[in-house]
Design a protein around this ligand. Sequence first.
Ligand code: GDP
Length: 298
Amino acid sequence: MFNTLSDRLTSVLQNLRGKGRLSEADIDATAREIRVALLEADVALPVVRAFIAKVKERAKGAEVSQALNPAQQVVKIVNEELIGILGGETRRLNLAKNPPTVIMLAGLQGAGKTTLAGKLAKWLRGQGHTPMLVACDLQRPNAVTQLQVVGERAGVPVFAPEPGNGVGDPVDVARRGIDEAKRAQHDVVVVDTAGRLGVDEEMMRQAIDIRAAVQPDEVLFVVDAMIGQDAVNTATAFRDGVGFTGVVLTKLDGDARGGAALSVREVTGQPILFASNGEKLEDFDVFHPDRMASRILG
Ligand code: GDP
């Protein structure tokens, strides 16, 4: 992901090399090219506008520097502003003072929630925690079994409704799951929830009810970075419906343009905590805005 954007930005910025001074016209022309590159990568228009305005303002106001030539100064500004739209600092997971920490996953069907539950569990174990997963996606056939499979791979227990009792009530399962985690002294509980193919009222209602019942320390909105501009619309709908405290980007290994992934933090105001870049449990890491910006700028 971001290969095309990365190539475009690198070549725009390379054009500035060797210039002793940058005129206003040079800066305007560069800003225009960056704008086109970002829009073509699917970055949301308001995010692009704000970004370009800041880059232009800072580039025009930049003092003549001994250490950096004008081209390097612009690269530095673009890099810093990119880090800014990606959230600035790395945002750590919020852990409860009195365990268990409850993490609820929300997002559309296919976003990668169930896979993420396994990844998160494995990662948490690596951090010395004793996580447990709770299967509250009772909508999608096989979602419970799929969670049990990833739980087993990650080496963590999964709380699921007993088979044979009909579809079951996800809110009740969530509550009982937390009770079980307390009883068995797991310090983090990850609650997987049902998604739909599109935003719909029933899914939102269910997620709102689960949130109210389990009072999570984190609600992580899981979003497929390959779905383009829709990612921004879905994120806004979830923010206004269920609300969330952080974002997880999935499928960053895809070759889609990925600009939506660059917009979601600015548009929703919530930080990106983790990123997934493959189907395997280890294809997952904490999201670092500075590293992502460096990757994009090549
Ligand atoms: P859910 O409906 O939100 O629970 O989504 P799933 O966890 O079932 O994931 C949907 C599909 O996306 C599955 O085939 C996963 O293997 C795949 N998937 C999940 N995360 C990633 C990722 O980071 N990269 C890739 N390439 N595929 C992923």
